[in-house]
Design a protein around this ligand. Sequence first.
Ligand code: FEO
Length: 398
Amino acid sequence: MRKQIKNNVYWVGKNHWDLREFHGSEFTTNKGSSYNSYLILEEKTGLIDTVYEPFTLEFIHNLATEIDLKKIDFIVVNHAEPDHSGALAALLEIIPGTPVYCTDNGVKSLIGLYHRPDWNLIPVKTGDKIAVGNNKELIFIQAAMIHWPDSMFCYLTGDNILFSNDAFGQHYCSELLFNDLVDQGELWAETYKYYANIITPFSHLVARKLEEIKQMGLPIDCICTSHGIVWRNNPAQIVEKYAAFAGGYRDNQITVIYDTMYHGTQTMAENIVKGINQADPLVNVKLFSASTTDLSDLITEIFKSKAILIGSPTVHNGVLYTIAGLMEFINGMKFKNKKAATFGTYGWHDVSSKTIQAGLKEAGFEIIMEPITANWRPDQTLLDLCVEYGKRFAVLTT
Ligand code: FEO
């Protein structure tokens, strides 16, 4: 069933309520997601993006109940990732030769993914436009690396709608569709999580793109994302939030993350938290076990933090694998403007805290204190030192 966005623009996507993982198992989607496809019914009929491949038949069936598919004049592929282009091949079997507008990199990605160089793929660049009738135009805006090299936005004049694809989205499912109708707590939690886990590595490009769009002077009444809700109420709020996200975002939060074998490193973590809280009762200090906390949520908490502490016991010649996995993810994030320190227990040689410290330094964190370590199980003297360590850390991050 189509849903009206504004005037002759409609949502024709797919709500995926029971999606719980995205990008394989890399990202958890506890609130589901959506694959937003949009139909423009002006003098010309245009389709912007499709849906994830498993929903191809449903998507095409639904679309065919709304319009005569043969009347589709053009398709825009803002981004070739299969969650948006999945139904394209089947659709083009029905309407072969239909122009498909995408970037140069979109041409490469689509051919690489679907091996159909015979498709009528038309590369476009920023500023290129097509008339859709009724004095309206669709203007293309390249948005490389938000979040693939091929990504682009497009903008419908007259209705002032920005189709932003992955940017400004959430992995969040709601039949309510619009930002002003959904639960605001859920919306913003998923907006943070999505940016933290998917967009953070490209923050420098986000900042540049936001400035470029500002310079274009396009009034924006509505932002149609490819996942989650449509921003129709004060769409500037998400643009402003992205500007903050892209500029080395940090709340007044310190996050302490550990894994543990016999509760030694855990007890150290708890006492460090105690010290932080005593020194600065207003800082939002949070404590997480890496072995029992969702990795995507951990990345979100780190994204929101001004500083972090990570600890692990030494095992074999390194760290527990949960911490190793977290470190691998952190290294790809290119976080900016964050401070860090490390801690951990060891038996016969001390490796873990230094390994984590080296990893955080390589990932761009400012190391503000040398590690605190405990040989074997921490005794009360060492735990008191952890409290003092936490206090000093809080002071240095104020
Ligand atoms: Fe939603 Fe980068 O695909």
